[in-house]
Design a protein around this ligand. Sequence first.
Ligand SMILES: [Ca+2]
Length: 339
Amino acid sequence: MQDASQFTSRFISGTEPSVSRRPPSGRVAALALIFPLLLAVGIGYAASDARPDAASPAVFRDCDTCPQMVRIPAGEFLMGAGPDEEERERLGEIFRNRSVPQRRVRIAAFAMGRYEITRGEFRRFAEATSHAVSQCFVWSGSEHRLDNGTAWDRPGYPQDDRHPAICVSWEDAEAYVRWLSLLTGRRYRLPSEAEWEYAARAGTVTPRYWGMDGHAACAHANGADARLRAALAIAKDWDAADCDDGHVHTAPAGSFRANAFGLHDMLGNAAEWTADCWSPDYRGAPADGHSRSDGDCWLRAVRGGAWDEGPAGLRAGYRVGSPVVIRVYTRGFRVVRDE
Ligand SMILES: [Ca+2]
């Protein structure tokens, strides 16, 4: 086990959880010239993928207090984001070239949490198992610092049990899925990165499940927005969507529209841990949807962005890595279950 100074150092060098701490970029006016066809249809769908039926998501739960799950159909999709997308989105230099090469990935049917695990759901686990709580990393305005007064049940901003559980490490999330598996007799686990991205895209090929425009986020996702910049002094220079999504920090799970698979908050709200050991790009990644067990397993991949992310961080292809023991006040998780 590495000590706190070691993992803090690694956490800060290259594994930051947000790209939003830079001056706002404004709208990228060239989009209409680059992708007229995609814009014409609103959202681009991959021709070879089955288009899901958003009107009838197959929702179930394995016990009265278990997370709601949605059946996700088997399929194949193009995983990743090319350099052209990162250029258009003006992604920070250190976050680029992590989602290449783009490649076709086959996904078996599975079930995924309709929402991020809520604070109420995590509370049931924590109380049943006497799970230890610990402090959380909070952005100070210049760096992430451990705040001894914070934990999953007191993140340092207003929340109730309907909100996503945050300040949860990868190890906490693993303990949760082990407990839920024992409780239900089914195999719950964290999603692979491939499963996560397949589910986030829900058949779309645009950077976001609502289309191209990151500044149209406010109807679909809780990210960094005009309200956040106005409310928090430390956020006044952050990249943010030019709209008001109604929430400075986390929002109650499911406050925004679902994607075409019937999943809510796949982008924004809480960033989500996945099972994969961190690799700096997709060279050598499996094509069958399984998680990566090579690479750096001290770091795991985090997907989806959070309430503090501007448009560049709220994309299906966006990914960061972070040490398994780190708890951050923007980060939670979502579970999957084998069929
Ligand atoms: Ca927001």
